[in-house]
Design a binder for this molecule. Structure first.
Ligand SMILES: *Cc1c(COP(=O)(O)O)cnc(C)c1O
Length: 372
């Protein structure tokens, strides 16, 4: 079956005894134990598992091409479970421009717990290899990165990781499995903030991990999911399975509109640089073409002005909402450095836009007005 079909049907394949076309939401926190006693595989208590979570986990695992998935209450909680599965004294390699929340999680929480980390430029394979130490356990990939949209060659990094016996994780939140399938390129675990394109309507907070192999490492991660307890509610899982049904078509729209906006901005005099992996001018364009089917809905650009003017431009939009986050049907943008705060490596004149599904001509009119 093809992606679009799986996205619509895979969530119904399991734990739907009533055969309803749309599975019901199961709010019950507890499940009756058989008279003969409890079987390990039975549903027992909702933190450990419930029908809606199992449906969504099955759905996202199917779409990413993994053996198993674990859903979390946020993308950050999913990332935290990866780090907690390591041991104090272990070392990780992670992009210097990694999603800002993940940088804070590593530096402000996990460093105190004994995790060592190197935040580096991951576009250069020689640089990655140089940072591998005897205690390195994991390479964290985020491509395109956020908000500089640097492209990492996933296949090259997983080959290097295999040579050194290291695990790899890829944050696939921005591209989604519609545009990029890291597990096919040798990655061990894919990470998602499902708050973004999976939810798709800016109304769900969630995260997920999908493992290529349901191995010992993923068993430990599932233990952290269940015992750490950062799990999504049955309602949120049901909503996620519902919005995932239209993921393929929403992403086609996001890809198409973002490409139009990127070209429009490239021709605009006041803009010094447009960062979109679909543009031939992007330094990672050739690698992006090799590993992505579409270039996504995010566009970053630098205005030919200072921080004050960049903030003023964002302030002038009428249709494009000023908000952080991304992946909704509505377009949003922000002055990214202000949003990231301490430790940000984002240039002061950079604006990041999440291109939505409005008619692109309406977006271009609003951009023309705001840019002045
Ligand atoms: C938003 C985001 C996260 C964090 O997810 P939350 O659901 O906000 O906790 C992680 N990685 C990327 C790339 C993101 O955009």
């Amino acid at each position: 079956m093809r992606f679009e079909t799986k996205a619509i049907h895979a969530g119904l394949d399991i734990h739907n005894p009533s055969k309803s076309i749309v599975p019901p939401i199961s709010p019950s926190t507890i499940y009756e134990i058989d008279a003969e006693g409890r079987d390990e595989s039975d549903l027992h208590y909702t933190r450990l598992g419930n029908p809606n979570r199992l449906q969504f986990e099955h759905l996202i695992a199917t779409l990413e091409g993994g053996e198993a998935a674990a859903a979390f209450s946020s993308g950050i909680a999913a990332g935290m479970a990866i780090l907690q599965s390591l041991h104090p004294g272990d070392h990780i390699i992670i992009p210097e421009d990694v999603y800002a929340g993940n940088r804070k999680m590593v530096k402000k929480i996990m460093t105190g717990w004994g995790l060592e980390s190197s935040f580096i430029d991951m576009t250069d394979l020689v640089n990655i290899e140089k940072h591998i130490k005897p205690n390195t356990k994991l390479i964290w990939i985020e491509t395109p990165s956020n908000p500089l949209m640097r492209i990492t060659d996933i296949q090259a990094v997983t080959t290097l990781a295999n040579q050194h016996g290291l695990k790899t994780v890829a944050d696939n939140t921005w591209p989604t499995p519609v545009n990029q399938l890291p597990l096919e390129l040798g990655v061990d675990i894919v990470l998602h903030s499902t708050s973004k394109y999976f939810g798709g309507h800016s109304d769900i907070l969630g995260g997920a991990l999908v493992a290529k192999k349901d191995d010992e490492w993923f068993e430990r991660i599932k233990l952290i999911q269940k015992m750490g307890g950062a799990v999504p509610s049955p309602q949120d899982c049901w909503m996620l399975s519902r919005s995932t049904r239209s993921l393929a078509y929403r992403m086609k729209g996001h890809n198409e509109h973002a490409e139009k906006i990127a070209h429009f901005l490239s021709d605009y005099a006041k803009i010094s640089r447009v960062i979109y992996p679909g543009l031939p001018s992007h330094p990672g364009h050739e690698i992006a073409k090799k590993q992505m089917k579409g270039f996504g809905g995010m566009v970053s650009f630098q205005v030919d002005a200072d921080q004050k003017e960049a903030i003023a431009i964002v302030g002038r939009s009428k249709l494009i909402k000023r908000a952080t986050s991304l992946g909704g049907v509505e377009s949003t943008w922000e002055h990214r450095q202000s949003s990231e705060g301490e430790g940000s490596v984002t240039p002061e004149n950079l604006i990041r836009m999440s291109v939505g599904l409005e008619h692109p001509d309406d977006l271009i009119e609003d951009l023309t007005h705001a840019l002045g």
